[in-house]
Ligand binder design. Sequence first.
Ligand code: SAH
Ligand code: SF4
Ligand code: F3S
Length: 485
Amino acid sequence: MKNLIEDLDVITPRETEACETFQVSKDQNTGKARKLYIESYGCQMNYSDSEIVASILQKEGFDTTSDILQADVVFLNTCSIREKAEQTVRHRLNHINGLKKHKPEMLVGVLGCMAERLKAKFLEEEKIVDLVAGPDAYRDLPALIGQVDEGEKAINTFLSREETYADISPVRLNSNGVTAFVSIMRGCDNMCSFCVVPFTRGRERSRDPQSILAEAQDLFDRGYREVTLLGQNVDSYKWSPENNNKAWIEKRGANDVITFADLLDRVAQVSPDLRIRFSTSHPKDITDDVLHTMARHENICKNIHLPIQSGNTRVLDLMHRDYSREWYLEKVSSIRRILGEDCGLSSDMIAGFCSETEEEHQDTLTLMDAVQYDFAYMFYYSERPGTPAAKKYPDDIPLAVKTRRLNEIIVKQRAHSLQRNLRDVGKVHKVLIEGFSKKSEDFLHGRNTANKVIVFPREQYQKGQYVQVLVDECTGGTLIGRAVQ
Ligand code: SAH
Ligand code: SF4
Ligand code: F3S
């Protein structure tokens, strides 16, 4: 079995959070006049926005392509979350500059968070960029492209308080036909001191629940079997039927508004065969109401991404996270009490935040021991210009110390991921099949409710089916078993 495990252990839990990978638009051939190539960086919300961009431009005579050399318009949908994410985009622009020498008519545009952060500076610094559009300006893209066609540079980085693109049906660019992402809100009103998102994505606003439900129903009707509801802080989703206005909502009180728990409850009723996931939860905002709603519906997956960032209360205060170590541990107890020990828990961690001492770093490690996350995204602190932390606190932990602390966190997480996976061995799991395993078409892969990747022999099973799988082996990243239906 060992070799099989090494061969198949190639799938990591789906990236729903900030990461340094990217996605490329797929080929569409409906005979449209122009070709659009989009490369998306950063979090799933950015990937989801690229699908909105493709939808807007489809109506304007564009097919998407996965081949940059075929493209008339090249968009990079960018991320600013860490310095490295921005460097990746700059390297990519250098490369595209080389391509443009052979194809000068190719329009190059920068979208997303880095476009929003740098605005017109982009046009000055990166001469090959023709167009800059922030996350709330995508409806304007046809006009902006028109401007470039007329020989001008084009820019729109206006941030809106209302835009949710609720009426736009996204073109699924990288779809397996089984799982899809649905944005339920935009922006963020938290001011975590390290974070650039409130500056690049603007104020928090929730999307009309009717349009969310319609999108989920449409996906189900088209054969999709899982939706992940996306927002920077899904637990603060709020929508009032009469007026989606925060001041009004606060005045009227909780009974008149649709909360995240209400929304979950409604989406879960689309069909018992449609699985629901969501990301990201903020520890200060997730309510017992949400946990009880999850417990009530079998099809709401038992997995919570609950980023801690640091296990030390002083550091959490400096980060403006609005919870303490103890509060967080209390939340974890509620999750385990209401949803059981097998509920998947994942986290984000930042090593070496401003002034973090060795003891405070140890607190992150002991918190990890106490929680035993199934999975975590782990980073070292990267100062972002203009954020509260950049203004107030010196970035004073040397890089060597940051990376050493990060490594300690990673080593611990690897051990915990393996321990948590070992608990699943010998048990039968309900798996939604997402496709072939990466290495072999003789095997399929899917996930259990706790978001664990499970690989098993294909037999007669197919993508989109639910199957009961008995797990008999595991690694830190994958469970391996066989269907027992
Ligand atoms: N809305 C989510 C996180 C979005 S950003 C939440 O509140 O949890 C994803 C992750 O990137 C964060 O959770 C954090 O761990 C990391 N991150 C954000 N800013 C960072 C920075 N300046 N340096 C390093 N990591 C950062
Ligand atoms: Fe950034 Fe905090 Fe908002 Fe998450 S909740 S996007 S970390 S400001
Ligand atoms: Fe996402 Fe990166 Fe923007 S994580 S919200 S694309 S800064």
